[in-house]
Design a protein around this ligand. Structure first.
Ligand SMILES: CC(=O)N[C@H]1[C@@H](OP(=O)(O)OP(=O)(O)OC[C@H]2O[C@@H](n3ccc(=O)[nH]c3=O)[C@H](O)[C@@H]2O)O[C@H](CO)[C@@H](O)[C@@H]1O
Ligand SMILES: C=C(OP(=O)(O)O)C(=O)O
Length: 433
């Protein structure tokens, strides 16, 4: 188990260039398998999920050159082979399921282990994915430990209305459709910034995808996709995380940000806690002029609230970051996770810091902020952004705190602790994985 030891109470100050968004990088890495031409990627983050995918590429005979220290990778899937009896796709990461469409397109078969759960946020269904694979003409065999997907003839165009806007199912739908003859349509598609970046990457490869950024996608299949060179944009999760870290520690972090257009609702949510975000000259900054304080709603008998749902709502993955702000800010706020049914149990850990947070049902917690907090030893579940939320509180409180099991941070944020040290934090890992 990897733990983080934090000597808190130090305002974090400085300038940060965020990494790329794990949830754009991983589907894009999977999509590279859709072409046998060389692909060059820049700003690839050195995170555990990326290393696992690269490892499986190499085991399948693909060439992956370059290195994750420089962030540039040259990927060539020209000698790639796949044997479903030998090749196990990476487990404990949700993105493994996005290797299925390119493997199907190239080899007509893919097998994935059941454990493609990723963060332990509650139920993470595979049924919507199965529905998509079947819709494109695949047959599914399911045993206790794995899912075998097979094609006996080329995929055919498919029109589908999803029950809910699932991110990875949308990406899988698009990957099935881009090389399938004819037209495919998806209604209730996810449109998160990472889904948009992923579709734009495929468009650059030559895919005909219409409606990117909306909930209706239309894909016209093409014969082949070409190799390209691509540079990842800054991760909005990381931009938000560093702004929040600056705000909660009473510091000031200037964060490089190339995508202000995604920020209006995020900025508004920061403002609910007294944090004023400004964007100028390619950077974002946050000020807390009157201390962390929950903005009173005008409507009587309601709490200030943050409501997380599929984009363009506030993103569920960022909820823990704002729960940490809520636990610190004077006043009460309701946090409502409309996506996951098991993503809030960890909030009981906040009590160890002396925070008052009440879970009213599987989807909602209320923070009663502004309490006197103390350093503590807390344990993170296997949820990336929760390890960060616990770290945020620890960094804001004087004294030494321990975040046990903080390793999930490494799934999404390269050099995270090193970056915090550069900003003035006293923080270190205690045990290596
Ligand atoms: C690799 C990757 O990109 N992972 C992200 C992706 O996971 P992932 O694509 O697995 O998440 P989904 O969008 O499928 O949603 C996850 C689960 O939430 C429930 N659900 C979701 C939406 C909804 O309207 N109703 C509903 O019930 C379902 O049980 C579903 O299984 O999107 C999630 C939701 O933004 C993020 O937390 C993950 O970080
Ligand atoms: C939940 C996350 O990732 P995954 O779906 O890969 O577990 C996340 O990125 O916060």
């Amino acid at each position: 188990m990897s733990n983080l030891i934090v000597e808190g109470g130090i305002p974090l100050v400085g300038t940060i260039t965020p990494s790329a968004n794990k949830n754009a990088v991983l589907p894009i890495l999977c999509a590279t398998l859709l072409t046998a031409e060389p692909i060059t990627l820049h700003r690839v983050p050195n995170i555990t999920d990326v290393r696992k995918i690269i490892d499986v590429f190499r085991r399948m005979g693909s060439t992956v050159e370059g290195d994750l220290d420089s962030g540039t990778l040259h990927i060539h899937h020209d000698k790639t082979h796949f044997d479903e009896r030998i090749h196990r796709l990476p487990e404990e990461m949700r993105s493994s399921i996005m290797l299925i469409p390119p493997l199907l397109a190239r080899f007509g078969v893919a097998r994935i282990e059941n454990d493609v759960q990723g963060c332990t946020l509650g139920v993470r269904e595979i049924d919507p994915h199965v529905e998509v694979f079947k819709g494109f003409g695949a047959a599914i065999d399911h045993d206790e430990s794995s899912l075998l997907v097979r094609l006996s003839k080329p995929m055919t165009g498919f029109s589908h209305w999803m029950e809910y806007a699932s991110v990875t199912t949308t990406e899988n739908f698009v990957m099935c459709a881009v090389l399938t003859q004819g037209k495919s349509q998806l209604v209730n598609a996810a449109c998160e910034p990472h889904v948009q970046e992923f579709c734009e990457f495929l468009q650059a490869m030559g895919a005909d995808i219409r409606g990117v950024g909306t909930t209706r996608l239309e894909v016209h299949g093409c014969e082949r996709l070409k190799g390209i060179e691509y540079t990842f944009v800054e991760d909005f999760h990381e931009v938000v995380t560093f702004l929040a870290l600056g705000a909660i520690t009473g510091g000031n972090i200037k964060v490089k940000n190339g995508s202000y257009s995604h920020f209006p609702l995020l900025d508004k949510t920061f403002k609910k806690f007294g944090v004023l975000v400004e964007h100028a000259d390619g950077y974002s900054t946050a000020r807390v002029p009157n201390g962390l304080r929950v903005e009173e709603p005008f409507t009587k008998n309601i709490l200030q609230k943050v409501e997380a749902a599929p984009w363009p709502y506030f993103p569920a993955d960022l909820l823990p970051i704002f729960i940490a702000l809520g636990a610190r800010a004077e006043g009460s706020a309701l946090f409502w996770n409309k996506v996951y049914d098991g993503a809030l149990g960890w909030t009981s850990e906040l009590g160890k810091f002396g925070a008052h947070v009440f879970q009213s049902d599987p989807h909602r917690v209320i923070t009663f902020g502004g309490k006197q907090l103390r350093a503590a030893e807390v344990e993170s579940p296997y949820i990336i952004r929760v390890a960060i939320a616990l770290l945020m509180l620890a960094a804001s409180i004087g004294g030494k705190s321990t975040i046990k099991n903080a390793a999930p941070i490494r799934r999404a944020h390269p050099q995270f602790v090193e970056n915090l040290v550069k900003l003035g934090a006293k923080i270190e890992w205690t045990a290596e994985e």
